[in-house]
Design a protein around this ligand. Structure first.
Ligand SMILES: *Cc1c(COP(=O)(O)O)cnc(C)c1O
Length: 435
């Protein structure tokens, strides 16, 4: 059977159904807010509206209850939430913050916006979160915090990383954009560190278009995050706030419309996760029958939330065929997904390039043209080869798929499996070819 990438007929040409969690409930909730005429009640001053309107406050209360955490603070994106979290823990320009290189860029740039210097540690070979050993090896007298990421929906190694943080008196910020509902030792991801930040952008499990929620059990950090969210500089005096470090406030406020949608979305999270897990179980079972494909499963004592489903491809077990050529051949057998047609089949080689390879770090240009804040630590290195595991995972081994979201039928999953099997059984056709 000729492979589609070499001109044969593909396994599937029918587009996959899109992931859409918005329904009648959200529509009614939004109409309610529109009828009120008050689309946001926030005011950047010290009065009753400093904490936002009814929908915001109800959503924050429900989020805190669901995730069993003292404070939930809505923001207009996970990026804003990460920025506020870094400001809230009292970072100084020139401080070092240890970050993961395998994540969405904001989890590292959050350090830069307060003049801190991101120091990249390597990731784990099996779970792709920050590797505790590598983190510990990067600690210096300037290290103040660690930003961990629950990447792909897998909680970070909280036991080890929190132990290291405690030993060296560091704060931990958890970027849990990809892991709402994931758990570690029975505790929700996002609540495993000093501060956790969720995303509600359109691509996440549940969403409000754009949005985010910061959670913490620390009253002081919570207060500082609420200030940074809402024009701190204009509020601290009336509020009688003495600590004005990093209180250059922003406008990170969510609207009443988004909060109303978020309240409906949160109610759907459990069910959405269950459907994903069922599909994941089937795909993992079927795809790992291919000898060159492995999947390491969730971390011990944890529950994965599968933002995306990671596998590894081992070209040494596939006649030397590179992962990229194999996955390109599988992609050619499949069709795009509704709403994301431009991306082709939702199956990717690696994730994002290790972050230290971005121009900002390669050229050390962020604020202005003279190298600030990197100039505060001239010996900081971002050269290629800095984190060998992430480079091997990204450029050689990992592939990810979203073709396990809850809306997909058994027939859809069977087509995905068929595409992989077809390419595997006919892999000799790929030998010596580059695509
Ligand atoms: C999506 C994402 C973010 C950013 O979320 P926004 O709400 O778009 O700002 C940050 N970190 C990770 C790991 C993400 O996946």
């Amino acid at each position: 059977m000729t492979l589609a990438i070499l001109g044969g007929a593909p396994v599937r040409s029918k587009i996959f159904a899109g992931y859409n969690t918005i329904g009648e409930e959200e529509k009614q909730a939004v109409l309610g807010v529109l009828d009120s005429g008050k689309l946001s009640k926030f005011i950047g001053g010290w009065n009753q509206y400093f904490y936002g309107g009814d929908q915001i406050q109800a959503f924050e209360k429900e989020w805190a209850e669901y995730f069993n955490v003292k404070h939930a603070i809505t923001v207009n994106s996970c990026t804003s939430g990460l920025y506020a979290a870094v400001g809230a823990i009292g970072i100084e320009p020139g401080d070092e913050i240890i970050v993961s290189p395998y994540t969405m860029a904001a989890s590292a740039t959050a350090a830069v916006v307060f003049g801190a210097i991101p120091v990249f540690a390597d990731i784990e070979e099996d779970h792709f979160c920050l590797c505790p050993k590598s983190v510990e090896s990067k600690i210096t007298s300037k290290t103040k915090a660690i930003i961990v990421v629950d990447i792909f929906g897998n909680p970070y190694n909280a036991t080890e990383i929190n132990r290291i943080a405690k030993k060296h008196n560091l704060k931990v910020i958890e970027d849990t954009a990809q892991a709402p509902g994931a758990k570690y030792n029975g505790q929700f991801a996002g609540t495993l560190a000093d501060v956790g930040v969720f995303s509600l952008n359109y691509h996440k499990h549940i969403h409000t278009g754009e949005g985010g929620v910061v959670v913490t059990n620390d009253d002081v950090i919570a207060d500082r995050i609420r200030l940074i969210r809402n024009h701190a500089e204009a509020v601290v005096e009336a509020k009688n706030e003495r600590n004005i470090v990093n209180m250059i406030g922003q406008n990170y406020r969510m609207t009443e419309i988004e909060a109303a949608i978020g309240r409906c979305q949160l109610k759907k999270l459990n069910n959405l996760l269950e459907k994903r897990k069922k599909n994941v179980k089937y795909l993992v079972n079927e795809l790992t029958k291919i000898p060159a494909i492995t999947h390491s499963g969730p971390r011990e004592n944890s529950e994965h939330s599968y933002y995306v489903l990671p596998f590894k491809f081992h070209s040494s077990l596939a006649e030397g065929i590179h992962r990229n050529n194999f996955i390109k051949a599988v992609r050619a057998e499949l069709a795009p997904t509704q709403y994301r047609e431009g991306e082709g089949p939702l199956l990717t080689m690696g994730y994002v390039k290790p972050l230290y390879l971005l121009p900002m770090f390669q050229q050390k240009i962020a604020f202005g043209s003279k190298g600030f804040p990197f100039s505060l630590n001239p010996s900081i290195s971002y050269e290629k080869g800095l984190c060998p595991v992430v480079e091997k995972m990204h450029f050689e081994e990992i592939f990810l798929t979203s073709l396990m979201e809850g809306q997909l039928s058994q027939e859809d999953l069977d087509d995905v499996v068929k595409a992989f099997y077809k390419v595997w059984e006919n892999r000799k056709q790929l030998i010596g070819k580059e695509f």
